[in-house]
Structures are given as structure tokens and as C-alpha cells.
Design a protein around this ligand. Structure first.
Ligand SMILES: [Zn+2]
Length: 86
């Protein structure tokens, strides 16, 4: 878990640090889910993107990052078929 300190704008906006957007493959205008839970606010992508090819199709979570079936297949192929399967 990483922490960033940001101020809320007069419009109620807050920006997500570029490094976090890059890591989570969040792009401008992507829909986000904002949840309140016990005094904390959690913001996460409504539809996660694949961290490798940026698609939003058939993406699953892998260790906190999105990966699509096609990219997961390519990684498994490169590892000689002994890799993981999603
Ligand atoms: Zn992909």
C-alpha cells in the first residue's frame, strides 16, 4: 500500500498521483468507483485495464494489477508453458 497526501479542491476533486495512475493503468475519463468505508474513501477503477496492452476486455486482477487473458497467455507461453494460468 502506498500513501499520498492531497488536498480536496473547492469542487470536491482530488487528483490521483501519476505514478499510481501509471501502475494501475488509469487513463483520463476512465470511470471510477468511490466508496466510503468506516471513515475512509476508496477509489478504484470501475473497469480495470490490462497493465500490458491497456484493453478493458476480459481483464482480471493479478497481484493488484489488471491483466487480460491474451497477455496472461503470452506470459505463460514465454515461460515455456510452466507459467501461471489465469
Ligand atoms: Zn493485455
Amino acid at each position: 500500500m502506498r500513501t499520498a497526501y492531497k488536498k480536496v479542491s473547492s469542487h470536491g476533486s482530488i487528483n490521483i498521483p501519476a505514478a499510481m495512475r501509471r501502475e494501475l493503468a488509469i487513463e483520463a475519463k476512465d470511470p471510477m468507483v468511490v466508496e466510503e468505508h468506516n471513515g475512509a474513501v476508496l477509489i478504484r477503477p470501475y473497469t480495470p485495464r490490462c497493465s500490458f496492452c491497456r484493453t478493458m476486455e476480459d481483464v482480471q486482477d493479478f497481484m493488484g494489477r489488471g491483466i487480460c487473458s491474451a497477455c496472461a497467455g503470452k506470459i505463460a507461453e514465454k515461460s515455456g508453458g510452466h507459467g501461471w494460468k489465469i
